[in-house]
Design a protein around this ligand. Structure first.
Ligand SMILES: *[C@@H]1O[C@H](CO)[C@@H](O)[C@H](O)[C@H]1NC(C)=O
Ligand SMILES: *[C@@H]1O[C@H](CO)[C@@H](O)[C@H](O)[C@H]1NC(C)=O
Ligand SMILES: *[C@@H]1O[C@H](CO)[C@@H](O)[C@H](O)[C@H]1NC(C)=O
Ligand SMILES: *[C@@H]1O[C@H](CO)[C@@H](O)[C@H](O)[C@H]1NC(C)=O
Ligand SMILES: *[C@@H]1O[C@H](CO)[C@@H](O)[C@H](O)[C@H]1NC(C)=O
Ligand SMILES: *[C@@H]1O[C@H](CO)[C@@H](O)[C@H](O)[C@H]1NC(C)=O
Length: 480
């Protein structure tokens, strides 16, 4: 088979070029897996920074409370000159209140940790469900696109059979009906997947909100707990200082002042660390968001590449078959095969370019892609109109050979291109290495000749199917 294909030099080159796909759906899948791993790594980095930052903020809060108590006590001692016994009594009262408060704050932290764990688990589940639903929509979209392409080809086939081979119309019609059913089912599945996605999206947003406020509550309760710790520690220390016997009041004040200064230094240091950690969290969040966007795009690229690869395969296979028939057809019949072959070649080239465009969009920058495959350079519109006059009339002689379209445009039939208002023959769509007479004739070639006969009139089919619409109601975005 490969040898026979190579009887047509042009085909040989094309088959090879297709084999060297520069960025395949498999490459894409591997990249997607690697990116997902990186994303998990970045997520864990982000979480550890967030935890560090939250701890630092709690310490900062606790140390600030501690400083405030020291400072207040110092100011009081300086201004009021209360008797020492009264000062000790006040501090003792405050300390007892602070100790009770500490127990309450501890319970609050435990409850907040419980709530955070719970909402975090719910969020993980909601996100997984959302990712799954998103994947399902993308898959369903790709399937719908695939079903659309396959149905279009079945429709083409039916038109061809209607013109050339009435005995095969029944089978072709049946096949097309099946494809239509497939397409309708694919469209429905796509809509169902989209509805599910919307529901999962809403659930994920709610879970996100619940988790976010639980995290905030946890941070708040940790800060409040650390405040209570600071109050107990500081009040106990002050009580101890005040209870020391035989200390000169001046010396006591001086010691208080030094203590306030030391604590001020501590708080400044903590403020700086807190600031730095907030910055780190910000950067880590940005990096995480970036890789998440990449992962999202990978997810879309895989089925998109797969769909376009499949379509290129279908159009290539079809072209190859016709080209084979063409090569095995006697020269005098060959010309009549040319429109079909041109049409299929154009489809194939357009499919190659469509795949290339997705590859270019999806491949990482490190992958060097070859130059884009050229699109067929053939304009079918002569520019003339035929609402009043026939395209081939004397007055519109320039658009000779054109036919009148449903929208009153003079268009060139397949195998010809508009040039200076006229339809010009495109010549041979493939260059043959050997004259067909030298090919070894076998049973397969008889089949090929039959195929050639069937394809003779496909040019007409091209006209009939131009501007075809999707036969079932599918939203525009289902078709790429
Ligand atoms: C200490 O208290 C005084 C007045 O009460 C206030 O002006 C000062 O800012 C406080 N210092 C600190 C470090 O809190
Ligand atoms: C966490 O909350 C759940 C439900 O609210 C409760 O059943 C469980 O006892 C709590 N656990 C702790 C350690 O508070
Ligand atoms: C004050 O900060 C230190 C860390 O520098 C921390 O170990 C300590 O627990 C904090 N004190 C309070 C009361 O939060
Ligand atoms: C087309 O797909 C078939 C199977 O579906 C495969 O065997 C063949 O190699 C593919 N051809 C190309 C050119 O990718
Ligand atoms: C397609 O939509 C039109 C109007 O929007 C409606 O009348 C028709 O029944 C729909 N067809 C199918 C197959 O859903
Ligand atoms: C469906 O796929 C096309 C490309 O084939 C894309 O442009 C479109 O955005 C997709 N729609 C959805 C809802 O994913």
């Amino acid at each position: 088979m490969a040898m026979r294909l190579c009887a047509v030099v042009f085909l040989c080159v094309l088959v090879q070029a297709d084999a060297m796909a520069p960025w395949s759906s498999d490459n894409m899948r591997h990249k997607g897996d690697a990116d997902k791993k990186t994303q998990a790594q970045r997520a864990s980095e982000l979480h550890s920074f967030q935890a560090e930052s939250s701890q630092m903020d709690a310490w900062l809060s606790g140390n600030k409370t501690s400083l405030k108590i020291s400072n207040d006590t110092l100011r009081k001692a300086v201004s009021q000159h209360e008797p020492l016994a009264k000062q000790i009594e006040d501090i003792e009262d405050s300390l007892q209140r602070a100790q009770k408060d500490l127990i309450k704050k501890k319970d609050a932290v435990v409850a907040a940790i419980n709530a955070t764990d719970r909402t975090r688990q719910l969020l993980v589940r909601a996100r997984a469900a959302l990712a799954e639903a998103r994947e399902e929509v993308i898959e369903a979209n790709a399937s719908a696109k695939s079903a659309f392409d396959t149905e279009a080809i079945a429709e083409d086939h039916l038109v061809q059979m209607t013109i050339c081979c009435p005995d095969q119309v029944q089978a072709a019609k049946h096949k097309m009906d099946l494809r239509k059913d497939d397409l309708a089912a694919a469209g429905e599945a796509f809509h169902a997947a989209k509805d599910k996605l919307a529901a999962k999206h809403e659930a994920a947003v709610l879970a996100e909100r619940a988790s976010h406020s639980a995290e905030e509550e946890l941070d708040r309760s940790k800060g409040a707990y650390q405040d209570a710790v600071g109050a107990v520690e500081r009040l106990a220390a002050i009580k101890l200082d005040l209870s020391k016997k035989n200390v000169d009041p001046e010396k006591r004040l001086a010691a208080f002042e030094r203590s306030v200064e030391v604590q001020e230094g501590l708080v400044h240091g903590l403020e700086k660390s807190s600031q730095e950690l907030h910055e780190k969290v910000h950067v880590a969040k940005k990096i995480y968001d970036e890789i998440s966007a990449v992962v999202g795009k990978d997810l879309e690229c895989v089925p998109l590449l797969r769909t376009r690869e499949k379509y290129l395969n279908v159009t290539t296979t079809r072209f190859d078959l016709t080209a084979k028939a063409y090569a095995n057809t006697p020269v005098n019949v060959r010309t009549s095969l040319q429109p079909t072959l041109w049409q299929q070649r154009d489809q194939k080239e357009a499919a190659a370019r469509a795949l290339y465009d997705v590859q270019k969009d999806c491949a990482p920058a490190s992958v060097r892609l070859p130059p884009p495959p050229p699109l067929p350079a053939c304009d079918s519109d002569t520019g003339a109109r035929c609402r009043v006059l026939d395209c081939w009339s004397f007055l519109l002689r320039a658009s000779r050979n054109a036919y009148c379209s449903a929208s009153w445009h003079c268009l060139c039939p397949a195998g010809t291109c508009a040039k200076d208002g006229a339809c010009v023959d495109r010549g041979a769509p493939v260059s043959l290495a050997n004259p067909p007479a030298e090919l070894h004739a076998g049973p397969a070639d008889v089949g090929a000749a039959l195929l050639a006969a069937a394809a003779l009139v496909v040019a007409a089919a091209a006209l009939a199917t131009r501007g075809r619409r999707a036969p079932v109601n599918m939203s525009e975005d289902a078709l790429g």
